[in-house]
Design a protein around this ligand. Structure first.
Ligand code: ADP
Ligand code: MG
Length: 389
């Protein structure tokens, strides 16, 4: 990767869908995660699914050495030469630059000039992983447009590398994995240590999953995300001095962690406790769901939020208010913040008969408390990224 900025290479452009004849259209979904938050990068289990809120990306070759990208959502676009790819000062451009860079590393020369238009119905920065939808959508589209032959696993990993090294968010692998491998009506019980996974039929009737977007984002998400990851790595490194057998934080038994209370800082200890418990909760939640024990599942959601709020400390006033309110409502079995935190959505397990009254009541209470509209998002569990020619 060149550490120069893109300023010389970069140009602004405008593309218009009205007269754009595409060769490839990719539909790339966002994702939910029922439980297992912030533990993918700690080697834990997660329970995500792709959803029917998606980014559409239209592609065509242009027979030049330039790539022209337009985001309808930002009403903005840029152009870069394929021969001089580097990190941009404009954040969103890096999701695409990073993907192009890493594909070029795997198959040098495979990508030629292209035009593409991004049009999204997926809220950004709300914990629904518009970032992975964008990365994996771009990678999948270019793979088809230039018949490159990347495997799904390569697309998952290079998209993650783009986010790490071009955008600078040290995310785990869950988001990219889910966007690529999601299946309609199925949750993915994913072991993030080895990417072993099992599809679980998402049969939760008479309950429904309701997302409530707090419409706040506290701008801490990226920096605090990386701080949490660093806290966990530091805790693990101290534990590994005596116990090299534990490769990931989730592998450390509770008793072993307790014996390190003096050696870890209180913050590290809290982070590690959360991670170890959340991994257990995810496994219990998957089992409860498969056995139809929905109350048990719901209780694990409340506990997960409690841990995220007090031990992992990635929640915020607005999300806590929403979860506290949810607890007072009949027919709501469980709720928790979802995604990186500091804003974004809560995920709620709600009896179908009370969905309208619940969303109405919580929206009113939230507006009264914060003066902000809450956005309920109806989701269904859908397929992963797809090419529609
Ligand atoms: P999340 O993944 O939860 O939506 P992130 O902060 O990880 O939140 O990713 C959001 C970022 O992804 C946006 O700030 C933007 O840089 C990029 N992005 C997502 N969707 C689009 C889009 N339609 N056009 C341009 N950039 C986008
Ligand atoms: Mg993201």
């Amino acid at each position: 990767m060149k550490n120069t900025t893109q300023s010389e290479n970069r140009q602004t452009i405008a593309l218009n869908l009205e007269n754009f004849v595409h060769e490839v259209l990719v539909v790339s979904p966002g994702r939910i995660n029922l439980i297992g938050e912030h533990i993918d990068y700690n080697g834990g289990h997660v329970l995500p699914a792709a959803i029917n809120k998606q980014i559409k990306i239209y592609f065509r070759r242009n027979n030049t050495r330039r790539c022209n990208v337009w985001s309808k959502n930002f009403d903005n676009g840029y152009s870069f030469s394929i021969d001089a790819i580097g990190i941009s000062d404009v954040e969103w451009e890096n999701y695409i630059l990073g993907v192009v860079h890493y594909i070029d590393q795997i198959y040098p020369g495979a990508i030629q000039g292209f035009d593409c238009i991004v049009e999204s119905a997926l809220p950004m920065g709300s914990g629904l992983s518009s970032s992975a939808a964008l990365e994996c959508g771009i990678a999948t589209g270019l793979n088809t447009l230039f018949s490159i032959g990347l495997t799904k696993d390569q697309i998952i990993h290079l998209s993650r590398d783009a986010e790490h090294n071009y955008v600078g968010t040290k995310c785990g692998i869950m988001d990219q994995f889910t966007v690529v491998r999601g299946q309609k009506d199925h949750l993915i019980l994913l072991d993030c240590q080895n990417l072993d996974y099992r599809m679980i039929h998402a049969d939760i009737a008479p309950y429904q999953l309701v997302l409530l977007n707090s419409n706040v984002s506290h701008n801490l998400a990226s920096s605090e995300y990386n701080n949490r990851r660093a806290d966990c790595e530091a805790a693990l490194a101290i534990i590994q001095e005596k116990h090299p057998e534990y490769k990931y934080l989730v592998d450390v038994p509770k008793e072993v962690l307790m014996s390190f209370e003096e050696e870890l800082t209180p913050t590290m200890f809290d982070r590690a406790s959360y991670v170890i418990q959340e991994n257990k909760r995810t496994l219990m939640a998957a089992e409860a769901l498969e056995k139809g024990k929905f109350e048990e599942f719901g209780n694990l959601l409340w506990e997960s939020h409690h841990g995220l709020r007090y031990n992992y400390q990635v929640s915020c006033e607005e999300l806590d208010f929403m979860v506290d309110f949810a607890k007072t409502q009949k027919g709501v079995l469980g709720a928790r913040m979802m995604g990186g935190g500091f804003g974004g959505c809560t995920i709620n397990m709600v009896h179908k008969d009370v969905v309208p009254s619940y969303t109405d009541a919580i929206s009113k209470a939230y507006k009264k408390q914060f003066g902000i509209d809450l956005s309920p998002i109806e989701v269904s569990i859908s397929d992963g990224v797809e090419v529609k020619k």
